[in-house]
Ligand binder design. Sequence first.
Ligand code: IMP
Length: 197
Amino acid sequence: MIRLVCASANPDKVAEIAAVLDGVVELLPRPPEVADVVEDADTLAGNARLKAVAICSATGLPAVADDTGLFVDALGGEPGVWSARYAGEDATYADNCNKLLGALGALGDGSDRSAEFRTVALVAWPDGRELAVEGVCIGRIATAVQPGGGFGYDSLFVPDDGDGRTFSQMSADEKHAISHRGRAFAALVSALRGPPS
Ligand code: IMP
């Protein structure tokens, strides 16, 4: 089995990634002594590379990192690469969702609420090789926060491939099957396995 150190220490994300990679990639935890990387690239791939290369260099092992953004059409692609810090440096998930609802509300009733999540997953090897893949999930932003589980903008995002529920109202398996992160890591599994022989 391929062994990769997971650059993320976010338990919400690690659980999702581990579920998708189960049986193909053994995910090793990020060593706690490795400092956080400043994610200051202006693209998802750039941030994923910063994180994967930092963990790979610190451990001497291949590492995988991902970076995700929510791109809202009517807001010119905001919050995009800055999704985690949309409402400020120490913003909570609720702060970010409220800011997004406010920004769309200011555009008036009937305005375009289409959006997409994009995830770039990138593996960096100690010899300098890299592999990057992308997963996309198209949907729209609900008009109010919906209850349920999940994290980030899950309580607002209604995927087009679903049945009208937000990600927060789906089970973890339902979300993985159609989510940006699920798709990115499924693509990563295919790429790591190589073409069928
Ligand atoms: P990250 O690059 O994966 O850390 O994602 C950046 C931000 O996007 C997170 O802080 C969340 O607010 C949001 N986000 C990422 N993935 C998801 C998801 O699957 N659902 C909802 N929000 C997400």
